[in-house]
Design a protein around this ligand. Structure first.
Ligand code: PMV
Length: 338
């Protein structure tokens, strides 16, 4: 039995603009998906999902992973969850050159699904790592991140950047620009997350930004300005002491950039009433800055606040279903049990 876990992430800066070649800085958070893999004697795959925002289900299917599993939970939810596990299995089989390998897989996740926190990337990264280790063919981190990206790319019909999977693999903060991904130093940022209980449609939101960017020069300028914010944010992070508590001045400056980034994302049409309400609740409570994270349209915001005011204010905000603190996860994917 091999157990691996991988963290979710927030975008400190740069979602959407990263699709057009601007840099982005996601940061891993201490909310993890754990995947347990036990090789089987046959070529079948059995998946048990404990809490992928579902009540829990088990599906079993044959050697060809194409067939629809027969389970009694709503099809879109099963397909969403299964698609990623399935793609991870294909990548692990191909990496280990074991096309007929069968597995019993258990997924446990405390990252809300589809809410901008990188739940699918964490499942895919931990899944490929656990399955290749179970087959005695462990991957180095760069290869693992690349395999995980390919799995997401396949499931999301090409609408995937390398940001989520690279960040979940490496942990800490990372910088992504096109295919170029690098870990960067970051202080211990005091993230607070607000979750509206929903999820945005990433494909539709990305398509909406693309259309505006093609139609209006000022929308293209807005995308470039987000790139400028990311570059300014990177400079701030580069001047900070890695993994130490950041100064109030640094938090204030990073927060300003996050506020600006949220405004530009809203201008591009990807915010939502619930996200704006949570962003304003966080700012009113004294957060240094707040913005939506991920594709938008619903899901999560991220705020910077080392004190208790922001989580408390968010928990009383209409439309906020959950508020929690999430420290920077300095460790990316890791083995929980060999
Ligand atoms: O909602 P998430 O965490 O999948 O992030 C989407 C981020 C986008 O920049 C909008 C798209 C992408 O793949 O980079």
């Amino acid at each position: 039995m091999t157990v691996c876990s991988a963290p979710g992430k927030v975008y400190l800066f740069g979602e959407h603009a990263v699709v057009y070649g601007e840099p982005a800085v996601p940061a891993a958070i201490e909310r993890r998906a754990r995947v347990t893999v036990e090789p089987r004697a046959d070529d079948r795959v059995r998946v048990t999902a404990e809490d992928l925002s579902l009540d829990g289900f088990t599906v079993e299917y044959g050697g060809s992973t194409g067939g629809r599993p027969n389970v009694d939970v709503p099809t879109p939810l099963v397909e969403a969850a299964m698609g990623y596990v399935d793609a991870a299995v294909r990548q692990a089989r191909s990496a280990a050159d074991a096309p007929d390998a069968g597995f019993d897989i258990t997924v446990e996740s405390d990252i809300p699904l589809g809410a901008g926190l990188g739940s699918s990337a964490a499942v895919v990264v931990a899944g490929i790592d656990a399955a290749t280790r179970a087959l005695d063919e462990p991957l180095d981190r760069r290869d693992l991140a690349d395999r995980a990206y390919r799995a997401e790319f396949e499931v999301q019909d090409g609408q995937a950047s390398r940001a989520d999977t690279f960040c979940s693999t490496m942990g800490g903060a990372v910088r992504v620009e096109g295919d170029d991904c690098e870990p960067i130093d970051a202080p211990n940022l005091p993230f607070v997350i607000g979750f509206d209980g929903g999820a945005g449609d990433t494909g539709a939101l990305v398509a909406g930004v693309r259309e505006r960017r093609e139609r209006y020069r000022f929308a293209a300028d807005t995308v470039r300005s987000i790139g400028d914010i990311v570059r300014a944010g990177e400079e701030l992070l580069a001047g900070a002491v890695p993994e130490a508590d950041p100064s109030r001045e640094l938090l204030a400056e990073l927060g300003d950039l996050m506020d600006f980034n949220h405004g530009l994302l809203a201008a591009l049409g990807v915010s939502a009433r619930s996200l704006d309400a949570m962003v304003w609740a966080a700012r009113d409570a004294g957060a240094h800055g707040a913005k939506l994270t991920g594709a938008g349209g619903g899901g999560c915001i991220v705020a910077l606040d080392p004190d208790t005011e922001t989580p408390t204010a968010l928990s009383f905000t209409q439309g906020c279903e959950a508020a929690f603190r999430a420290e920077l996860a300095t460790e990316g994917v890791r083995v929980e049990a060999p």
